[in-house]
Design a protein around this ligand. Structure first.
Ligand code: ADP
Ligand code: ASP
Ligand code: MG
Length: 406
């Protein structure tokens, strides 16, 4: 008899008929003799709708009240799933974030989980009751409701699995697993039977939203056995594993993209020590993450600095830089929010040369201009114009030999 955490995403919970489908899957695990905790997302589109209400109410909504509003989507689906389970003869009850409790930091809107209370949960599960837990929500030390950042139900599920020392954490979603790239953009993307934690972490952090980055980080640290699979079919999914559990390592695991990028170019800054600190210091103080950075030095003692920030932070970044224009001393400030980042990820890069060249050639052959580059040991990212996004992802997928057989 195993202890299993099952997590169902927004598409899987969108409406009572789908929730009945989820309940049937949960019942199957119970009938197989397992103990089950279920973590649920809000119905697809619901969190966006709630975020929209907050923005409409005030562009500078109080983050603590924002959390009260956006956490409600998961409260609804957890109650509904418990009701449907009971209606098919499966004892179940919901456990809200503050009831377990899921203790988090007090960073509203992007809180981090500290620990998950398991006593009541285990007692209920041992008595044969399914525990239904709303994902995405927790409670700060102050007692107030927090949320974990978009896509955070994955992290809730992994944290619950780690706390319960679960045998498995099954993430049910609207695709059949982790693919070599987003199957909605490249129909010839291949499903991976296995992927390493390291590659999954890198893919998630460069935009593959199939798992939230922090969920992978946590799974890697706590050694949680994560599987990604479909809510709608019985096809085998993707197992996230250690490197030594993969027999034949591919050079490239996958291609990912991120639309949440905007480019800032600061022209004509004096080329002297301290100038980059003058630019990035105030941005860091404002909590704005800078991602890619390129610096070009001209002959006249000035330099141009180009970098990217999350698109959602561009307006704030611009106002921070304008407020500091005197200390930075630039000639011109330019911004562009029609750029995207495309990345290739693979542990094979550690031991193979020429991976970057393949990428640059494939893009050049299609006339796609590279505006910035960043690399890590197992990743290369380029910044390109948004209009080329789909073409670039498809071309790279083919260039690295990832296409499924026709
Ligand atoms: P959920 O609501 O179940 O959490 P998400 O929308 O957060 O689902 O994540 C699943 C989506 O991730 C898929 O529908 C797919 O479009 C996208 N995706 C992006 N990259 C990948 C990838 N490499 N493999 C699978 N899905 C991917
Ligand atoms: N409902 C939240 C979101 O849409 C959390 C999640 O679904 O993972 O971001
Ligand atoms: Mg998700």
């Amino acid at each position: 008899m195993a202890l299993i955490v099952m997590k169902f995403g927004g598409t899987s919970m969108a409406g009572i008929e789908r929730i009945r489908g989820v309940a049937a899957r949960v019942k199957r695990e119970i009938e197989a003799g397992n103990r089950v905790a279920v973590v649920v997302s809000a119905m697809a589109g619901e969190t966006d709708r709630l975020v929209g209400f907050c923005r409409e109410a005030s562009p500078l909504a109080d983050p603590a009240e924002y959390d009260v509003v956006v956490a409600s989507g998961e409260q609804v689906t957890s109650g509904l799933l418990a009701i449907v389970l009971q209606s098919i003869g499966v004892p179940a009850r919901s456990w809200l974030g503050w009831q377990l409790p899921v203790h988090t930091s007090d960073a509203h809107g992007k809180a981090r989980i500290r620990d998950v209370g398991t006593d009541a949960l285990l007692a209920a599960m041992n008595a044969g009751e399914v525990a239904v837990i709303p994902g995405f929500q927790g409670m700060a030390e102050s007692g107030r409701v927090t949320t974990l950042g978009r896509g955070g139900s994955d992290t809730s599920a992994v944290a619950v699995a780690a706390a319960l020392k679960a045998d498995r954490c099954d993430i049910y979603t609207d695709v059949e697993g982790v693919f070599t790239t987003d199957p909605r953009i490249v129909p010839r993307a291949r499903k991976l039977a296995r992927i390493t934690y390291e590659e999954m972490l890198e893919l998630a952090s460069v935009g593959a939203k199939v798992l939230q980055t922090r969920s992978v980080e946590l799974a890697m640290k706590e050694k949680v056995r994560v599987q990604v699979l479909s809510s709608f079919t019985d096809a085998p999914g993707t197992l996230v594993v250690d490197e030594d559990e993969i027999v034949e390592q591919e050079l490239i695991a996958g291609v990912a993209y991120d639309r949440n990028e905007a480019k800032v170019t600061i022209r004509g800054v004096p080329d002297k020590p301290g100038v980059v600190a003058a630019i990035f210091g105030p941005l860091a103080d404002a909590g704005i993450n800078v991602d890619m950075i390129v610096q070009n030095v001209a002959n006249d003692g000035t330099t141009d600095v180009t970098f990217t920030v999350p698109r959602t932070e561009l307006i704030r970044a611009r106002s921070v830089l304008e407020a500091n224009s005197a200390t930075i001393g630039y000639a011109q400030l330019l911004t562009d929010d029609s750029v995207v980042k495309v990345s290739v990820v693979g542990v094979g890069m550690k031991s193979h040369a020429g991976v970057a060249v393949t990428m640059f050639r494939a893009l050049a052959d299609r006339g796609i201009n590279v505006q910035a580059i960043t690399t890590s040991e197992i990743k290369i990212s380029v910044l390109i114009a948004e209009e080329y996004l789909e073409l670039a992802v498809r071309v790279l997928h083919t260039a690295y030999g990832l296409d499924a057989a026709a």
